[in-house]
Design a protein around this ligand. Structure first.
Ligand SMILES: Nc1ncnc2c1ncn2[C@@H]1O[C@H](COP(=O)(O)OP(=O)(O)OP(=O)(O)O)[C@@H](O)[C@H]1O
Length: 344
């Protein structure tokens, strides 16, 4: 089911939490609402769900205006970060709950409930836990059961608020991949809230970047990374070096291969992987000193210091490539910039 929000605004007292938000989500997308704490992600999700009323604007599900429809008539499934499963019910009963509380005329028979719950538990790969209680599950297992429970009523839209927020890094990574696969199989239009840009980029088909209650940019993860609409998005999505041309960086950037003449007064954002380093030539003007480096798995993050400046510049390159340079701390290196984004 497609989702549209049209000119949504929301105040809490005099504070503007959402400021004229419009958004179209085609059927079947897996969308991340991404932004810093307090930017309005959860409020927007709650308005789409019908748990919160907007001051202005409308919500449409599959083209139908649902602004005034109650939650229960919106065919929405939820998973929240601290989504409490019913502690006194087994895993099976938790997943069956939504089916058992349907009005009598819509309630499936016991045999159908039984089959459906086991199918869903199979889908989240936890059928073997069906007779356990929530307290006997790990955090990641609980979240998967919460998702199975949300899916039991066959929602047309799935809303997830920081679904993996409380879990440790390893489990989060597994669940991201798992959610992607599940979405691929079910194709339910889904929106999840996260403040973790890596999670958004890895899982979502579309990313919506929010800041101070406004949409800064919406697009596929690759587009947002390669073509950030503004300085906020550029800094929020991945690492970036920031060079201000008013601060005498111009000559140095020019020597590093970046044409600066038409960009005076602007700010250059340079991704660490767009900085190439090699051992310094004696006559080089663009040299920097290698201060330190850290291992980021397959990549090395290299900290460089410009002569006469306290600010660090960060480069990244594959492990083996770095090893081949045979560099040590304190070495002078040449630096070349392959690409920059320019902002005012
Ligand atoms: N019921 C409320 N009453 C007053 N202010 C609220 C209420 N709900 C949210 N806010 C405020 O509105 C802003 C947006 O809140 P929201 O929960 O949507 O942010 P968020 O982007 O989801 O943040 P986080 O990532 O920290 O969960 C915040 O500044 C918050 O303090």
């Amino acid at each position: 089911m497609s989702i549209s929000v049209n000119h949504i605004s929301k105040h809490f007292g005099s504070f503007s939490a959402l400021d004229n938000i419009s958004l179209d989500i085609p059927e079947g997308e897996l969308v991340a609402l991404l932004g810093p704490s307090g930017c309005g992600k959860t409020t927007l999700l709650r308005i789409i769900a019908g748990l919160e009323q907007a001051d202005q604007g409308d919500v449409f599900l599959k083209g139908d205006k649902v602004t005034d429809k109650p939650v229960k008539n919106r065919q929405i499934g939820f998973v929240f970060q601290h989504y409490a499963l019913f502690r006194h019910m087994t895993v099976f009963e938790n997943v069956a709950f939504g089916l058992r509380v349907k009005p009598r005329s819509e309630r499936p028979g016991e045999a159908i409930i039984h089959k459906k719950v086991h199918d869903l538990l199979g889908l989240v790969q936890l059928d073997w836990l069906h007779d356990r209680y929530p307290d006997q599950l790990s955090g990641g297992q609980r979240q998967r059961i919460a998702l199975a429970r949300a899916l039991a009523v066959e929602p047309s839209v799935l809303l997830l608020d920081e679904p993996f927020g409380a879990l440790d890094a390893g489990v989060r990574k597994d669940l991201r991949q798992w959610l992607r696969n599940l979405h691929h199989d079910l194709n339910v239009t889904s929106i999840f809230v996260t403040h973790d840009q890596e999670e958004a980029m890895e899982v979502a088909s579309q990313v919506v970047v929010l800041n101070h209650g406004r949409i800064e940019q919406q697009g596929a993860p690759g587009d947002i990374y390669d073509h950030p609409a503004n300085a906020f998005v550029s800094r929020f999505i991945g690492q970036t070096n920031v060079f201000n041309l008013e601060e005498h960086d111009s000559d140095w950037l020019q020597a590093a291969g970046l044409p600066t003449a038409q960009h005076y007064g602007k700010i250059a954002h340079v991704r660490p992987h767009d900085i190439v380093i090699e051992k310094s030539r004696a006559d080089s003007d663009a040299f920097v000193t290698l201060k330190d480096w850290q291992h980021l798995g397959a990549l090395i993050r290299i900290e460089l210091v410009k002569n006469g400046s306290a600010a660090s510049v960060y480069a990244e390159m594959p492990n083996d490539q770095f090893r081949r340079l045979h560099l040590n701390k304190g070495d002078k290196v040449d630096l070349r910039i392959r690409h920059a984004h320019w902002f005012h």
